[in-house]
Design a protein around this ligand. Structure first.
Ligand code: R5P
Length: 317
């Protein structure tokens, strides 16, 4: 791997050590020795234990649960690196927490995704690399280069290996996710259906209208985030009620908070496939119908290309 901005250093926060190590292995680089620990009052303390002067440093840290702690770690690691004279700092944030708060949802509410982008920039980051941002426009919240990677090549490979594509239909679980689902459907040459959720009257439960004839198809739900699992479980119910043969889901970020893993396990979903952008909990690892695909090779390749000033977008051509 050639480097154009000084020697390459990888620094891992505590959010996903397994992913950081796998990325390091793909790049055949060691993780930079660093201490990221707590004082008794839970303040975060960071010390980079190697010389990084003049280096091209990549910090690997998802701002996943506990989001505020992991965000703060990212900011403090950045500060430590900047004060240690790193030449360039890239925040590699596979899961960008707070992304769903990307607009004012009502009077006197914040745009927290913009605030988080400001914090990361002001801490001293030069570039950001992330994966399947909740909304592409969030790139515009940063005034520094931002590469949004896509898990779709990894998902497409897996779908091609495990499904009979002649009877597959890709489904967006809501109207907001149509562009993402359409992109994947195009890559596997499959038809597309959409679930339109409507609440006809206040106080009445949401009605799921399936747009498209899914009868007899193996349906693949595609989304960026599975959090409580409610969206997927309801979508799977609606698809089965409309005659779908089986329902699978491919989701980039397995937030899977609270009892989500159990909810998915007892749902009509045959399998939920997520990436390891977020460290899976024990409940997720043990769930019989949840499988994880590694995003490490893709991120490693993007880091390598960034370091050698090669195109990153051509990874997705
Ligand atoms: C929302 O816009 C996202 O794309 C996901 O559909 C949502 O975050 C899923 O949440 P849950 O699993 O809690 O239904």
């Amino acid at each position: 791997m050639s480097a154009k901005n000084g020697s390459i250093k990888l620094v891992a926060g505590n959010s996903n050590p397994a992913l950081a190590l796998e990325i390091a292995n793909w790049l055949r680089l060691p993780l930079t020795k660093a201490v990221v620990r707590r004082f008794a009052d839970m303040e975060i303390f960071v010390q980079i234990q190697e010389n990084v002067r003049g280096s091209d440093v990549f910090i690997i840290q998802s701002t996943s649960f506990p989001a505020n702690d992991h965000l703060m770690e990212l900011l403090i690691i950045t500060d430590a690196l900047r004060r240690a004279s790193a030449r360039r700092i890239t925040a590699v944030v596979p899961y960008f927490g707070y992304a769903r708060q990307d607009r004012k949802v009502g009077s006197r509410s914040p745009i927290s995704a913009k605030l988080v982008a400001n914090l990361i920039s002001r801490a001293g980051v030069d570039r950001v690399m992330t994966l399947d941002l909740h909304a592409e426009q969030i790139q515009g919240f940063f005034d520094i280069p931002t590469d949004n990677l896509y898990a779709s090549p990894v998902m497409v490979r897996d779908i091609k290996e495990s499904s009979d594509l002649t009877s597959v239909m890709v489904v967006s679980p809501d109207v907001g996710g149509v562009a993402r689902a359409r992109g994947l459907a195009k890559r596997i040459n499959a038809p597309l259906a959409i679930i339109d959720k409507r609440r006809e009257r206040a106080g009445e439960s949401e009605v799921m209208n399936v747009i498209g004839d899914v009868a007899g198809y193996t349906c693949i739900l595609v989304d960026d985030i599975v959090d409580s699992g409610g969206t997927l479980v309801n979508a799977a119910d609606a698809l089965i009620a409309n005659g779908a043969k089986d329902v699978y889901a491919y989701i980039s970020h397995g937030v899977l908070s609270g009892g989500a893993a159990a909810r998915i396990a007892s749902s009509k979903l045959k399998e939920l496939v997520i990436t390891d952008s977020i460290l899976p909990t024990e409940a997720v690892t043990k769930a019989a119908n949840i499988r994880t695909l590694s995003i490490a090779p893709l991120i490693a390749e993007a880091i390598s290309r960034t370091a050698s000033e090669e195109s990153v977008s051509s990874l997705f051509d």
